[in-house]
Design a protein. Structure first.
Length: 286
């Protein structure tokens, strides 16, 4: 009978996890192409707006307006064909930063996992499992979810007369480990985008820099007097791509480290919660 309940609980948890993973995959599949389209359109119609240029058609001897935000837009537009790619990568980075920030903040719960562990310890010392379960419902985070699953199994094992104490503790421990295995991958999901962008953005910026320098040296090697405007444009293109690539990479690295640090703290609280439940059962229900 106990095995049947365990199977049903595990099956329900896996089904819920599968639904969350599926929705997360759909989000990633939609977010990337949408960001690319927005990046290209922003480059063409916002940065490359005729209002940002004077003295000709954009890209053909045109010059940025003398002042205002249009001057900056036109300057970035002159960074060349790599700029829309870098803008798209930056948008993808920001999108997944926001998505992970919201998810991990939710995973933290209403109050800290360490605080939840202390509250549960207090209730278990008084042999009040229902009050401990209520605290998990209040926390509404990953630590609360894991501890709630463990407490349900804890409560079930109290009334179990077929298993000895060591087997009961092992059953509680297995339930906690299984729930943890469903929680942790969801916190780490989509971080691969940030870790990839941290490397790729720098390389894209370097590629744009090389293209800009090629244009600069081409202008310098022209027969007769070097074309100063083409020389300046090539150097500008190189620096714009460098700035966009390094800036995007810096954001990705900082936020990736921020998220992994938060995930580590949640993981530690989950481990502490599992230890608390097994030790409490061993002490109070020999």
């Amino acid at each position: 009978m106990a095995e049947t309940k365990t199977t049903v609980t595990a099956g329900s948890a896996k089904a819920t996890s599968h639904q969350v993973k599926k929705s997360s995959n759909v989000f990633a599949m939609l977010a990337v192409p949408i960001c690319i389209v927005i990046g290209v359109l922003f480059y063409l119609f916002v940065l490359g707006s005729p209002d940002n240029f004077q003295g000709g058609i954009k890209g053909e001897g045109a010059h940025p307006v003398e002042e205002g935000i249009g001057k900056w837009f036109a300057t970035v537009y002159q960074g060349g064909a790599i700029v829309p790619i870098l803008i798209s990568v930056l948008l993808i980075c920001i999108t997944f930063v926001i998505e992970r920030f919201l998810y991990i903040n939710k995973a933290k719960g209403k109050f800290s996992g360490a605080d939840l562990v202390r509250r549960v310890q207090f209730h278990l010392a008084n042999k009040n499992v229902d009050a401990a379960l209520a605290e998990c419902d209040k926390q509404k985070g990953s630590v609360g979810n894991v501890m709630k699953a463990g407490l349900k199994k804890y409560k079930e094992m109290i009334g179990n007369t077929e298993l000895d104490t060591e087997q009961k503790i092992l059953t509680i421990k297995n339930e906690i480990e299984e729930t943890t295995a469903l929680e942790l991958p969801m916190m780490e999901k989509n971080l691969v985008f940030l870790s990839t962008i941290a490397s790729v953005a720098t390389l894209l910026g370097l590629f744009g820099t090389v293209l800009g320098m090629i244009k600069s040296f081409s202008a310098m090697s022209a027969s007769g007097a070097p074309d100063s405007s083409k020389l300046a444009l090539g150097i500008s293109e190189a620096l714009i791509n460098t700035a966009l690539g390094i800036g995007t990479s810096a954001i990705a690295i900082i936020m990736y480290n921020y998220f992994t640090t938060n995930i580590d703290s949640i993981t530690y609280a989950i481990d502490e919660s599992g230890f608390t439940l097994t030790q409490s059962f061993a002490a109070n229900h020999k």
